[in-house]
Design a protein around this ligand. Structure first.
Ligand code: ADP
Ligand code: MG
Length: 278
């Protein structure tokens, strides 16, 4: 690119040159680096397109705002630790007849995050549970939510280390922080009692405040087995299902509603007599 295109417009006077340098200095001091870099080009445009002062300033600051938003999104996506590049857009609905595209489109708006609705993706391996979870997490990050992806096994291991190293409270705060927490692959490995209670604490502290997307290859009826304790499983399901969307990938269609009835059935199946938490 010829130097003349990016260099500052030739100043008519020394005073103008120093004013230009001061302006660049201000932008640098304010760390508006993208605006500083774009300044010569925008000043050129202002002259050649006869822009008003307002239009030129708007154009300059829009460059900074766009770059700032891109940096913040990149930061959120880095933090999110998504394991694959999957997106909701590349999910093939023909290959997954049990998944309603309308429901996914609704979830893609991220409205469920506003009232701390949880999303459960249940079904056998390979049906796209992780794919959908990653896609939802990506949408949440794009919408500005702090998002974090983990697996049940990782969460358990991390809580275990935290307990040993005296960092339990910090770790619980960490899992409480994100507006969306994805917990992938519950049920692939049976969890030790300590892990089940860590998971329970994470779910409890987020209950009605922030959303969880959770995937499992086991139907909720067998969570007592996974968690090694039917009482913990029932209490955990109470909170998880109270405000939730459950997508069952291998069979019936999804259900989008309060899952009181379902939670009651599950509770009866796992503990018999416990009263619902409302
Ligand atoms: P699960 O978590 O249910 O075991 P995954 O989400 O890991 O399954 O899916 C396995 C692989 O198949 C992934 O690469 C995923 O992207 C792909 N996949 C599964 N279902 C679909 C689908 N309906 N459309 C596009 N890709 C899919
Ligand atoms: Mg998976």
């Amino acid at each position: 690119m010829p130097a003349a295109e990016t260099a500052a417009p030739a100043p008519a006077t020394l005073a103008q040159a120093s004013l230009y340098q001061q302006l660049r200095g201000h932008l640098a001091t304010l760390k508006l680096h993208d605006a500083a870099q774009a300044l010569p080009a925008v000043l050129d445009q202002a002259r050649t397109e006869d822009l008003t002062m307002t239009a030129a300033l708007e154009r300059l600051l829009a460059i900074e705002v766009t770059a700032n938003q891109a940096r913040r999104l990149a930061g959120r996506l880095r933090f999110a630790s998504l394991p694959t590049p999957a997106t909701l857009e590349d999910f093939d609905y023909d290959a997954a007849p049990a998944v309603d595209p309308k429901l996914i489109a609704e979830l893609a708006t991220c409205r469920y995050l506003e009232n701390a609705t949880n999303v459960l993706l249940i079904g056998p391996p390979g049906l796209g549970k992780t794919h959908l979870a990653v896609g939802l997490a990506r949408k949440a990050a794009e919408a500005g939510y702090r998002t974090y992806f983990t697996t049940a096994a990782d969460l358990a291991a991390r809580c275990h280390r935290a307990a040993l190293e005296g960092r339990w409270a910090t770790t619980m705060r960490f899992f409480n922080g994100p507006g969306l927490l994805v917990i992938d692959e519950l049920g692939y490995l049976p969890l030790p009692a300590e892990a089940a209670s860590a998971l329970f604490q994470v779910i409890s502290q987020r209950y009605l405040k922030t959303s969880i997307v959770l995937t499992s290859n086991r139907g909720v009826g067998s969570w007592g087995e996974i968690l090694g304790d039917t009482t913990v499983a029932a209490a955990l399901l109470d909170r998880l299902l109270h405000r939730s969307v459950v997508l069952t990938l291998d069979g019936d269609s999804y259900r989008l509603r309060d899952h009181h009835a379902q939670a009651d059935t599950l509770r009866a199946a796992t503990t018999g007599t416990r009263k619902p938490l409302r």
